[in-house]
Design a protein around this ligand. Structure first.
Ligand code: CMC
Length: 392
């Protein structure tokens, strides 16, 4: 088929030029707008990182205050949005609720439909950042059958989300600074990762000039899959499965190596990182710190550590350059914070949102940007004549 070449899974095809995130898979390097994630995670805040990704520079004191002020002013959801949750089944997966409600925001903000209207682009950005934590907390409330808790704009971004999620009208609620700080860091570490599946989805949908809500909703659905952001939930389920079968790590590793029923070591492997995932390095030590600061011990952490140790010294994993990725230890931290497994990928989505938004803006503003339209190698029958139904 002429000049068309097959590149399964886009392993070697750059679809875009981007100035947002630098990733060196061999060196285990990840930088947002040139800043190493290690520094941002240690010194920065999530909102500051969001500003950096979207605007290209770290905010000044005034810019930061204005940004925070704008984001907090839009945290409330239209009251009619609440009714969507009434319609969802109680056991609905929160990721399905998240993508549906984000998509539904485009019915409330119809002025946002023209992606070339700069003012509307800005408003959609602020609305998404402001409302996603509220949407996520409402999804959690639906699952546990509690009344929704409205946002409070005197609180910080992460504080507000935690309060909307875990507080109930019947009791006092106290924010734990350990949890606030750890969640803020985790969100920073998830904030962008160049052309991963969900981000490329956002860009591909956006390339048709679909609005930002529609594009981000598609990204949330792409993130949900267990090979992508859904891996954090799958890791926890895998650890619980191993625990239920007597914590036998050797047998599990053997199953993975034999590819028994397609069993994989979830939270391991990455398309681009071939030595280590720099996010996983930070998160592994955070898991220890957070669990001990919260005074929680978790047998699942021991299982995870043993799994990692076995895998890293096993030829199967060494030859294939499989290392723990960002999702291997996050679930253990989220669990210690009190989140159910089904909320883990929602937390990934909250973190990834600024990256999706930044990439959507970059795509729309790129001069000569074209609609995304991959080619294919056709493998079907070349041509045949129609056969009347009686003769088939
Ligand atoms: N457990 C066991 N074997 C694996 C794993 C794993 N987790 N990952 C890859 N392999 C094997 C795979 O079977 C293949 O072996 P063989 O050559 O014998 O067929 C070889 O390693 C190469 O794998 P691949 O599937 O071609 O690699 P990929 O680049 O297409 O996939 C991946 C990358 C992340 C989807 C994959 O490693 C995987 O499925 N990991 C488990 C799911 C997971 O943790 N995903 C989170 C990724 S990081 C978060 C994010 O999405 O940003």
């Amino acid at each position: 088929t002429g000049l068309v070449t097959l590149d399964s899974g886009y392993g070697n095809t750059a679809a875009y030029k981007s100035a947002i995130t630098y990733l060196d898979g061999e060196g285990g390097i990840l930088r947002y707008r040139g800043y190493p994630i290690e520094q941002l995670a240690e010194h920065g805040t999530f909102l500051e990182t969001a500003y950096l990704l979207i605007h290209g520079e770290l905010p000044t004191v005034d810019q930061q205050a204005a940004f925070k002020d704008e984001v907090t002013r839009h945290t409330l959801l239209h009251e009619d949005v609440k009714r969507f949750y009434d319609g969802f089944p109680r056991d609905a997966h929160p990721m399905a609720m998240l993508s549906s409600v984000v998509s539904a925001l485009s019915t409330f903000y119809q002025d946002s439909h023209n992606p070339f209207d700069e003012e509307q682009r800005h408003l959609s950005t602020i609305r998404l950042l402001a409302k996603l934590p509220t949407i996520a907390a409402y999804a959690y409330k639906k699952a546990v059958g509690h009344p929704v808790v409205y946002p409070r704009n005197d609180l910080g971004y992460v504080e507000n989300f935690l309060r909307m999620t875990f507080s109930v009208p019947a009791a006092e609620f106290e924010l734990d600074p350990v949890v606030v700080n750890a969640l803020d860091k985790l969100l920073i570490l998830h904030a962008d990762h160049e052309q991963n599946c969900s981000t490329s989805t956002v860009r591909l949908v956006g390339s048709s000039q679909a609005n930002m809500f529609a594009s981000i909703s598609a990204g949330i659905n792409a993130l949900w899959g267990p090979l992508h952001g859904g891996a954090n939930q799958s890791v926890l389920e895998m650890l619980q499965g191993i625990q239920a079968s007597g914590s036998d790590v050797d047998t599990f590793i053997r199953k993975v190596k034999d590819k028994e029923d397609g069993v994989k070591l979830m939270g391991f492997g990455h398309r681009v990182y071939k030595n280590f995932d720099p996010r996983a390095k930070i998160i592994k030590s955070a898991a220890h710190d957070v669990l001990s600061a919260l005074g929680k011990s978790d047998e699942l952490l021991d299982i995870a550590l043993r799994l990692e140790e076995h895998a890293l010294s096993d030829d199967y994993f060494v030859e294939r350059k499989l290392y723990p990725n960002v999702d291997f230890y996050t679930g253990l931290i989220y669990r210690a914070m009190g989140f159910p497994n089904s909320m883990f990928t929602v937390l990934f989505a909250l973190g990834r949102l600024p990256g999706w938004i930044a990439q959507w803006h970059e795509m729309i503003k790129e001069p000569g940007s074209r609609i995304g339209r991959p080619r294919q190698i056709y493998t079907g029958v070349v041509e045949r004549d129609y056969v009347p139904i009686e003769s088939r």
